[in-house]
Write a protein that binds this ligand. Structure first.
Ligand code: NAP
Length: 345
């Protein structure tokens, strides 16, 4: 069985540091909504295993998990370690099929050590990839980009694909995958440096800074035949603009709503139903964890493209669990470039 590569050395630890949610955020969680606490290293009960986390994932979705707003998941209880994906190594197991020493990606939270049952496992790190990429390229970002684009965007060669958060974890991969499938790709991002990266590293045919560009005019020029697929990670006014540039029979992938500050009360804007009707659009919402049956095939495809040098994901790894608390706010301020992970080994 192939093994993950580039595994950091682990220092022994005798306590379990946890980043706990201590206040319910309204809007975007800030560092002060969390506290670093210490607990004993937990022992697995029968049917459980224990992992020592190595990389903690930082994801925009954590805003929803921390919030009391209606969501697709239950809010994280106050006082608990923040819900998070993580990559860890199994240090004790009392369950068949989970071996000590194996590397797993799953729901292990923002903490050094976690006990869990096998339902917490998303992936076993059994491809020859850098270990950290199990939390990115073949983790939540790559799986989302691949499955949402192929299942809802349904790209065909020659399609024009527009992607928002184009320089981020999901967006940079959605652009590269679209390109591999024969699309013309246009990226929207929030700084000139990221625009440059979209062009130089992520293969976009065109890229625009949505903060400084008249997007309607730029898209009309860059996509004169209209947008066939809009992969939307932001919602709000950028979505409103893209809808008015869609080609007939275009597809909108609703993957994220990062630009909407709060849903309480729901924000108002231009009415969009006329655009959907007259352009005969298909608008599909996507939640990754509905698509678990497709993970193995998606991982195999992404790992194969990576091995062939046809796809990559820029990682932004911060050292130390103390960086976790402020990291969700960083994502919503665009202060990340690529997939952010926190190394706690
Ligand atoms: N539906 C699912 O199952 C699923 C799964 C994973 C991720 N997602 C979604 O995919 C999107 C990207 O996630 P990611 O993990 O790859 O994060 P990311 O793109 O690496 O980081 C988030 C990015 O959002 C952009 N952003 C923040 N506030 C914005 C605003 N007001 N307007 C426009 N852009 C804004 C920033 O990029 P700029 O600097 O370019 O503005 C920031 O870098 C998120 O919306 C996330 O919720 C959905």
């Amino acid at each position: 069985m192939p093994l993950p590569t580039q595994i950091p050395a682990l220092s022994p630890s005798t306590i379990n540091r946890q980043v706990r949610l201590i206040a319910r955020p309204e809007g975007i969680p800030q560092a002060h909504h969390f506290a670093l606490a210490e607990a004993a290293i937990p022992e697995p009960a029968e049917g459980q295993f224990r992992v020592r986390n190595i990389y903690l994932s930082v994801d925009p979705a954590q805003r929803g998990w921390a919030s009391a707003e209606a969501n697709y998941s239950q809010p994280v209880p106050l006082g608990s370690p923040m819900r998070a994906l993580a990559i860890g190594v199994v240090t004790a197991s009392r369950v068949a099929g989970v071996r000590e020493g194996e590397y797993l990606y799953g729901w292990f939270g923002w903490q050094d050590h976690a006990v869990a049952d096998p339902s917490a496992i998303i992936l076993r790190a059994n491809h020859a990839l850098p270990l950290a990429q199990f939390g990115g390229l073949v983790g939540i970002n790559g799986l989302t980009a691949y499955l949402a684009l192929t299942r809802i965007g349904r790209p065909e060669a020659g399609d024009t694909l527009v992607v928002s958060t184009a320089a981020g974890g999901v967006g940079s991969l959605a652009g590269q995958i679209g390109k591999l499938m024969g699309c013309r790709t246009i990226g929207l991002t929030g700084s000139d440096d990221k625009v440059a990266l979209c062009r130089s590293d992520y293969g976009y045919d065109a890229a625009f800074n949505y903060r400084t560009t008249d997007l309607a005019a730029a898209l009309a020029q860059a996509a004169p035949g209209g947008i066939n697929i809009y992969y939307d990670n932001v919602g709000g006014p950028i979505l409103d603009t893209c809808l008015r540039q869609m080609a007939v029979a275009g597809r909108v992938v609703q993957c994220g709503t990062a630009s909407v500050a709060s849903w309480t009360p729901p924000p108002t804007g231009p009415r969009n139903e006329r655009e959907i009707l007259t352009r005969r659009l298909m608008w599909g919402g996507f939640v990754l964890f509905d698509h678990a049956a497709g993970f193995d095939a998606a991982v195999a495809q992404l790992a194969d493209w990576y091995a062939q040098g046809r796809i990559d994901l820029r990682l932004e790894v911060l050292d130390g669990i103390e960086h976790a608390a402020g990291s969700i706010a960083d994502l919503y301020a665009g202060r990340n470039s690529g997939k952010r992970l926190i190394r706690v080994g």
